[in-house]
Design a binder for this molecule. Structure first.
Ligand code: BES
Ligand code: MN
Ligand code: MN
Length: 463
């Protein structure tokens, strides 16, 4: 029997205990965006570090001022062999609205083949699969055919500023590697994995429109002054052409990299049922920028969406009030070559330019991220594709509408293949109530990584 088969058998044998440990991980409410959970986020870092140590890695916490630590682990005894850097994040999104969960978000529950908990797929379950693969190989054979490094951060869901700074300063010293492996995305369909070769970037803005110094009687003063919420609505309404779906901020499309012909062909060839997509999300029709298909819009065209709008009276019944202020959160998902800082500036200029007289507009920016396009060919990509095929099928090439901020920095600084191979499913409800991860995908993910390590070990270092 080959060693790899022996490792795979071990994964099957240990599957129950892997699942129990994953549940333990999921019980820690490591919500990085909410300062009230600070001690839990730190406890979670300690848990990951302990897991790495027990797997046989040399570990350390990478700490930075005012930031949650990154957990680092390595095993680098395979002299002359390639090095894989595994990336993941141990922080999770807030679980609200709590009342929509069937079970408490931090009490992982098995429902059929699904493990339901906040962070199950994003990203604890997926990145834990990397670690369990290495643990299984090391405990079965006492060695690895390649070198491995792990970096698991605690701020991905809040913008990833700390790891960004670290990777730039490190310049590939501690993190030098021949490939980066990331599992923080979904398969295209059950049983059909995907290689994500494009992620979107992000520019997240907040607007505050200020009018009168206090709320006013809307009869006594209405008609005499600009209502800040009316003004806010007209500003927000001017961001996008309602008929064509085009974003109306001057200069917004200037640097956009056009979707290529081969991509349009590949996307069109994917098995995509728009009708069931529409039904699943509960909308009367799909809508987006004219001239593009749904997949093209989501994966390869920039967007501008209001995430929240607030101010005035929204309680029960009617209150005749002219509010003193209004606010909105607006995010733009960006595509390759759009510079988040430049887009922020265009947004500011546009909003100030079109603001009606009688109000003062404040524009603030939250975290941003650059979009990225990755290599889809070469011996390492090939080895990874084959490893996924060993468990499921050969991955299809897709892009993604979501962002993983550090990926563009990895691409720029490390300049090696970055493999975005996820084990999640598109209905895993990440960031939503009842987030889940398929348990068989958890085990499949572990096995795929075992195969990848085996396959990469057989390639020579100078590939
Ligand atoms: N794992 C997601 C990104 C993702 C989502 C990739 C779906 C592939 C498919 C990641 O944890 C995430 O939520 N990213 C944020 C980044 C933001 C907070 C800067 C996002 O995309 O909103
Ligand atoms: Mn994630
Ligand atoms: Mn997320």
């Amino acid at each position: 029997m080959s060693t790899t088969q022996a490792v795979i058998d071990r994964v099957d044998k240990e599957s129950e205990s892997y699942l129990e440990e994953l549940k333990e991980y999921l019980r820690i409410p490591s919500i990085s965006t909410d300062p009230a959970f600070k001690s839990e986020v730190l406890r979670c870092a300690a848990f990951v570090m302990d897991q790495m140590r027990r797997a046989g890695l040399e570990t350390r916490l990478l700490e930075q001022e005012d930031a949650y630590p990154m957990v680092y682990g390595e095993w680098t005894e395979a002299v002359g062999k390639p090095t894989i850097l595994f990336y993941g994040h141990y922080d999770v999104q807030p679980p609200d609205p709590l009342e929509l969960w069937d079970n408490p978000p931090f009490e992982p529950t098995v429902v059929g083949d699904e493990l339901v908990a906040r962070g199950a797929t994003d990203d604890k379950g997926q990145s834990f699969a990397h670690l369990k693969a290495v643990a299984a190989i090391l405990s079965e054979t006492g060695t690895l055919p390649v070198n491995v490094k792990f970096i698991v951060e605690g701020e991905e869901e809040s913008g990833g500023a700390a790891i960004e700074k670290f990777v730039r300063e490190d310049k590939g010293t501690l993190l030098s590697a021949d490939a980066v492996f990331v599992s923080d995305s979904a398969m295209y369909a059950p049983g059909q994995p995907s290689l994500v070769y494009g992620l979107k970037g992000l520019a997240y803005m907040e607007l505050k429109v200020k009018g009168p110094s206090r709320d006013l009687h809307s009869g006594s003063f209405g008609g005499a002054v600009t209502n800040p919420l009316n003004a806010l609505a007209s500003i927000v309404g001017s961001l996008r052409d309602a008929a064509t779906g085009r974003i109306a901020i001057p200069g917004f499309y200037d640097d956009v990299v056009m979707i290529e012909d081969w991509e349009r062909k590949e996307f069109a060839a994917l098995d995509f049922d728009e009708e069931s997509y529409r039904k699943e999300i509960g909308v009367p029709c799909v809508f987006g920028e004219e001239g593009y298909s749904t997949l093209e819009r989501v994966w390869a065209r920039p967007t501008c969406d209001v995430n929240g709008i607030f101010g005035g009276y929204s309680g029960q019944g009617a209150k005749t009030v002219l509010p003193s202020w209004g606010g909105a959160k607006v995010s733009m998902r960006l595509v390759p070559n759009q510079d988040p800082l430049k887009i922020e500036q265009l947004f500011r200029d546009h909003v100030i330019d079109i603001a009606p007289p009688g109000v003062e507009v404040e524009v603030q920016s939250h975290h941003g991220a650059a979009a990225v396009l990755l290599e889809t060919e070469g011996p390492i990509v090939d080895a990874a594709m084959s490893a996924m095929e060993d468990v499921w099928k050969r991955p299809v090439r897709v892009r993604e509408g979501g962002s993983i901020p550090i990926v563009s920095t990895f691409a720029e600084v490390l300049n090696v293949p970055i493999l975005l191979l996820g084990f999640g499913l598109s209905d895993d409800r990440l960031h939503s109530p009842n987030e889940k991860f398929n348990i068989s995908n958890f085990y499949g993910g572990i096995k795929a990584v075992v195969h990848f390590i085996d396959r990469l070990g057989s390639l020579s270092t100078d590939t």
